[in-house]
Design a protein around this ligand. Structure first.
Ligand code: CP
Length: 311
């Protein structure tokens, strides 16, 4: 079973079956326990991770790199790949993938164009992990999101979950809705009309028998929800700055909103936040977004070990 993901690219959440997700979460929990008890892991000793980031990142790049170091491996990193790699000379992602396989055992790519990770994976014989491709997918974020929900709520089945904010451009909510959909949730999708979840996703969820309520009414949604997953309006995906200015600040989570929410609601956010969660909410015990970011380390450790056959 631990070989189920060996050699696999992780490009889209559709690449992951329920048994894969369970395996990743079990492995992550085990690694987290080892680290928490002061233990050391050496599964990836002698192996190299390449991180190629053509778009800004704090959490995804640093947590993948920390994950590799905590497994005893080493890291090659290109943080501004758009300008500081040979992409600036016109090299294709396919060719970059061919090159990287000679330097590393596994690669993580973030890129502004949907499908870019798949293009690199086509060229590379080593596993390629999508660290976010434009407004497309962010599969590893959704894995740490479900890991966080399991830890915070003690279960994944039969939860009512509100996904809110920029559902059109937010790749984290695209990936999370596919993954959580496997656990029979009820979804509230809260967004301005212009930033609704792509129909391809809502249609597929409904075809799978999942209840999806699309609304612009945040109070109604959080009053019924076990989890609120807030997202920022994705400024970098707007072609019209005036449209961004009009829509930013559409929703702000405040303590007043938390008081109106279902008791014990867990508040998550993939981060970075701009102003969509007021700082006053950080002290609320159900505010899980910084714990969520930390969970990226054990989950990405599990992924790296599993796709390279090092578990
Ligand atoms: N959540 C997330 O992808 O954060 P970064 O953009 O900082 O990697």
């Amino acid at each position: 079973m631990t070989t189920a993901l060996k050699g696999k690219d992780i490009l889209h959440v559709k690449d992951l079956k329920l048994e894969h997700i369970s395996l990743i979460m079990e492995t992550a929990a085990r690694y987290e326990n080892v680290l928490a008890s002061g233990g050391r892991l050496t599964n990836m000793a002698g192996k190299v991770l390449a991180t190629l980031f053509y778009e800004p990142s704090t959490r995804t790049r640093l947590s993948f790199e920390t994950a590799m170091l905590r497994l005893g491996g080493q890291v090659l990193s290109v943080a501004e790949a758009k300008t500081s790699s040979s992409a600036a000379k016109g090299e294709t992602l396919f060719d970059t993938g061919k090159m990287i396989e000679g330097y590393a055992d596994v690669a993580v790519i973030r890129h502004p164009v949907v499908g870019s990770a798949a293009e690199m994976a086509e060229g590379a014989s080593i596993p390629v992990i999508n660290g976010g491709d434009g407004a497309g997918q962010h599969p590893t974020q959704s894995l740490l999101d479900v890991y966080t929900i399991q830890k915070e709520k003690g279960r994944l089945l039969n939860l009512t979950v509100t996904l809110a904010g920029d559902l059109k451009n937010g790749r984290t909510v695209h990936s999370l809705s596919w993954v959580l959909g496997k656990y029979g949730p009820r979804f509230y999708f809260v967004s301005p009309e212009e930033l609704r979840m792509p129909e391809e996703i809502t249609k597929a969820l409904r075809q799978d028998g999942i209840e999806v309520i699309e609304t612009s009414n945040m109070e109604e949604a959080v009053a019924k929800s076990d989890v609120l997953y807030m997202t920022r309006i994705q400024k970098e995906r707007f072609t019209d700055p005036a449209e961004y200015e009009r829509l930013k600040g559409s929703y702000v989570v405040t303590l007043d909103l938390v008081k109106k929410a279902k008791s014990g609601i867990t508040i998550m956010h993939p981060l970075p936040r701009v102003d969509e969660i007021a700082k006053e909410v950080d002290d609320y015990e159900g505010a899980a977004y910084f714990r969520q970011a930390s969970n990226g380390v054990p989950v990405r450790m599990a992924l790296l070990a599993l796709v390279t056959g090092s578990e």
